[in-house]
Design a protein around this ligand. Structure first.
Ligand code: SF4
Length: 459
């Protein structure tokens, strides 16, 4: 069975209601009903930056989540609208100049392409290191980095109901086929999983798989019910639809079909968890967002929450404490606070690690035990997921204490290690080991032939 690329959402430009999605991009920016709230210069900046970084927003985000009186500082506006400072001033000027001079499309495209390549479009070795190979063929759309868990990127789910300006998967949305990570056939995934009983979890991700119609999601989920995939116990689905388009589970034409499907897969003994991406408590404030959560939970599916800590959006203690409190009250399990990844507009959103940990540590003090399931701040790096456990002193020297939550070598996990304290470090690469020149895992990572665990094994 092959899955065809589809146009996932019904786009209606005639109606004002928020049960039918209307999509706005840099091609129809002027049609945004709230456009008069955006000053002219900022509008031009949006046009410039959205040529490099993806921009897409919908009518629900515009009318229900953004507080237009607070634009441009409103966190939901910052989350969805590109901003001049997301590019270096040189890159910004180069594109702005080309627009002002009416440069030809090929000339502009060349500039855009060149700038994109400087923005680390595929962080953490995504393209070259994690894609499994079977019979000398790379399995596009599948990533296998940690033993128990396989990531699957269905071809039809490589977009989102709206785009986040900080997105680390931005390179998957741009119109460049070579860079896309997408599966064309579900069989390849099944074939890969069949004889690997050590894989227990599949994470279906994107983009956002929830942009797909229920019948396509069904085509991806149903094969997991077969006996030969009995070892796949947990299906996780990464999504931001609970924030960007909760109507997906409430009023979309196939919302009931989707919930029925969840229920059936659950009843057949598979655990389904929605890994819901949240950045701000405002995303939980609308009646439809709450209704979507309740409807999903009524099927037996659990919802866990995760999202990055971002300057300009949620870099304060109160926002995180309130976010976790609201999630717990709604039955959502707080799961991860991430560190903004080393890609795209990182410079604009990054928060130093010492500050990220301080926000995490202070926010956790304000919430009860049920919220303390949340791990963080965590960096998804090439060697693994590294959590900042805190700071302390070793022989009088201030240090960071870190550990891998997941690692390329399973034996690295949960072993605390030290790094020299720094107030400028925003990512693992910025840190120095306490002793010697390299961290223990760097030796292994540098010489790839030394690291040759076979993910294709059957045991
Ligand atoms: S929802 Fe996720 S994949 Fe989609 S734009 Fe936001 S961060 Fe990127």
């Amino acid at each position: 069975m092959s899955i065809q690329l589809i146009e996932h959402v019904n786009v209606d430009t005639s109606s004002d209601d928020i049960t039918t999605i209307k999509i706005y991009t840099n091609k129809n920016l002027e049609k945004i009903p709230q456009i008069h709230h955006i000053p002219k210069q900022i509008l031009f900046d949006i046009k410039v930056v959205s040529l490099v970084l993806p921009f897409r927003v919908n009518n629900y985000v515009l009318s229900e989540l953004i507080d237009w009186k607070k634009v441009p500082n409103d966190p939901m506006f910052q989350l969805t609208f590109p901003n001049k400072d997301m590019l270096t001033s040189e890159h910004y000027e180069e594109i702005a100049c080309a627009i002002r001079q009416n440069s030809s499309k090929p000339a502009l495209d060349n500039i855009i392409k060149r700038i994109r390549t400087t923005l680390n479009p595929h962080p953490a070795g995504q393209l070259e290191k994690n894609i499994p190979m079977v019979d000398d063929k790379y399995l596009d759309g599948i990533q296998h980095k940690y033993d128990q868990t396989v990531l699957f990127f269905p071809a039809a789910g490589q977009t989102c109901h709206s785009y986040c300006t900080f997105c680390f998967r931005w390179a998957q949305f741009i119109d460049d086929y070579d860079l896309k990570i997408a599966a064309k056939e579900v069989e390849e995934l099944m074939h890969y999983l069949r004889d690997k009983p050590f894989i227990t979890d599949v994470l279906i991700t994107g983009g956002d798989p929830m942009v797909m119609k229920a019948r396509y999601i069904k085509a991806y989920l149903e094969p997991f019910l077969s006996e030969e995939l009995d070892h796949i116990k947990n299906i996780r689905i990464g999504t931001k639809s609970l924030s960007f388009w909760p109507q997906r589970f409430v009023s979309d034409a196939d919302a009931d079909d989707l919930l029925e499907l969840f229920k059936r897969v659950k009843e057949k003994g598979k655990n389904i968890a929605l890994m819901a991406h949240y950045n701000h408590f405002k995303e939980l404030d609308t009646p439809v967002a709450v209704q979507a959560i309740k409807r999903i939970q009524s099927t037996g599916v659990t919802i866990r929450s995760q999202g990055p800590l971002l300057k300009h959006i949620n870099d304060d203690v109160e926002t995180w404490a309130k976010l976790w409190q609201k999630q717990i009250a709604l039955g959502i399990v707080p799961y991860y606070m991430f560190v903004e990844r080393d890609t795209g507009a990182k410079k604009y959103f990054e928060v130093p690690l010492y500050k990220a940990w301080s926000i995490y540590q202070q926010a956790i003090q304000k919430v009860g035990g049920l919220s303390r399931t949340v791990r963080g701040p965590s960096m998804s790096t090439d060697p693994g997921k590294v959590e900042v456990l805190g700071t302390n002193k070793v022989n009088g020297e201030k240090v960071f204490i870190l550990r891998f939550i997941q690692a390329r070598d399973p034996d690295w996990a949960y072993r605390p290690f030290f790094a020299k304290y720094s107030e400028t470090a925003t990512w693992l690469n910025d840190l120095k080991p306490l002793e010697g020149n390299t961290f223990f895992f760097e030796q292994v990572m540098k010489v790839s032939s030394m690291y040759n665990r076979d993910m294709n094994r059957s045991k």
